[in-house]
Design a protein around this ligand. Structure first.
Ligand SMILES: Nc1ncnc2c1ncn2[C@@H]1O[C@H](COP(=O)(O)OP(=O)(O)O)[C@@H](O)[C@H]1O
Ligand SMILES: [Mg+2]
Length: 388
């Protein structure tokens, strides 16, 4: 027998509770985005009752929602799956300003004014600020790959690209979309499961960036407070190279953040990297460790060509250990690897595109070491393979 209309409506609503908003990443039902579920008459063909026609009313956060087609597709699929449903129509509407206000305050946990969630007491999000002495050492490549590896391991991850002069995270993660603005709240695009916001998304293409310290501080504050990050396990910040204004703003806005230093093996690079790391002592941040990148190139005969010399990472790690008075480990040495560069150019980080390539193996290992420090991760399967 065909289910009664109220029964079918309840089951459709139940099915829709599994549909997640692609940006906010919460069920549509929880976000009050399902305006209505209307069950029509089931047409009788011959002696068989076909499924009922169901119309689902969906309220978008904003009219021009870029994820509109994804939403329609997901709602249709979920509804069609319900036993007793024959056909589906999705009717799109837009939230009223009051509904949007309610949504904003719901997402902010009832707080009225935006606050930086990661700076609140009791925040469980680990914040790593990725720093380097100079540009071109692979800071952004390391950031993108650590984020992708952690997300692939099941963590909820965000990346904030704060490198105002050399933002490259959107390309490396394959993001070409702006965040969706819901009044004063920004919903970040999601790529490879990572929420991504870049200062470059707010700068008109091809224009030089001439922001000064106070403006940078305000921009960073806004990205941290106005972006809906949700409950993150890890937030990675790609800092501009050196020890400039942004690094100091990060320390002020996110006192609990820890610095991850990236350097090449070269002595000159290591010296400036050490300076970037030792900013931490002035700002009383922790230094979580050092990643040496471009450590060597494996030759066809299997030998290692140390293109940029050797020892930079180890030397930064041991000198920072002395400066900050706590163990600063060398977390890994990432070899030069064509796949690392290709992954960055293609928008699919090497840890996903070629997870067994030499560079990816080290980056995945560093990601696990950083994630393993998480309090909330006790007992979590980290997928570590024993060496045979
Ligand atoms: N281990 C590596 N092997 C090969 N190419 C790399 C590696 N690390 C970085 N690259 C490449 O070097 C360039 C600079 O890296 P990038 O991450 O943009 O550095 P930064 O953010 O420090 O300026 C990029 O083209 C990147 O693809
Ligand atoms: Mg960079």
């Amino acid at each position: 027998m065909a289910p009664s209309a109220p029964d079918l409506e309840a089951r459709v609503r139940d099915a829709l509770s599994a549909v997640v908003d692609p940006e906010i990443r919460r069920p549509l039902t929880e976000l009050n985005m399902i305006r209505s579920v209307t069950v029509g008459e089931a047409p009788v063909t011959g002696d068989r009752t076909a499924g009922a026609h169901v119309t689902v009313g969906v309220d978008l956060t904003i009219a021009g929602c870029p994820m509109k087609s994804t939403l329609v597709r997901d709602v249709t699929a979920a509804t069609e799956h319900v036993d007793g449903v024959g056909s589906v129509d999705v009717e799109l509407g837009v939230m009223t300003p009051e509904q949007r206000k309610a949504l904003r305050s719901q997402l902010r946990g009832g707080a009225g004014d935006p606050v930086i969630p990661f700076a609140q007491p009791g925040s469980l999000t680990k914040v790593f600020a990725v720093a380097s002495g100079k540009g071109g050492v692979g800071k952004s490549s390391v950031t993108a790959n650590l984020a992708a590896a952690m997300a692939a391991d099941g963590l909820s991850v965000g990346v904030l690209d704060a490198d105002i002069y050399g933002f490259s995270i959107p390309r490396m993660l394959g993001v070409d979309r702006q965040p969706t603005r819901v009044d004063s709240m920004l919903l970040p695009p999601v790529a490879h499961g990572i929420k991504v916001v870049s200062i470059g998304m707010f700068v008109p293409a091809g224009q030089p960036v001439v922001w000064r310290g106070p403006m940078l501080h305000r921009a960073l504050e806004q990205f941290l407070a106005d972006v809906f990050w949700g409950d993150l396990d890890v937030l990675l910040l790609d800092l501009p190279p050196g020890t400039g204004d942004i690094a100091i703003s990060v320390a002020q806005l996110l006192p609990g953040s820890e610095i991850l230093v990236v350097t090449t093996p070269q002595v000159a690079a290591a010296e400036v990297a050490e300076r970037a790391g030792s900013v931490a002592t002035q700002t009383s941040q922790g230094v979580v460790g050092v990643v040496e990148n471009m450590s060597w190139l494996v030759q066809p005969d299997g030998s290692r060509l140390e293109l940029f010399g050797a020892g930079g990472g180890a030397s930064v790690a041991s000198r920072l250990t002395e400066t900050v008075g706590k163990d600063v480990p060398l977390l890994g040495q990432v070899p030069l690897d064509v796949a690392v560069r290709e992954g960055g150019d293609d928008g699919t980080p090497v840890v996903l595109a070629a997870p067994d390539s030499p560079g990816a193996q080290v980056l995945r290992d560093v990601a696990r070491r950083l994630a393993g420090r998480e309090r909330g991760l006790a007992g979590r399967q980290l997928g570590v393979t024993p060496v045979g």
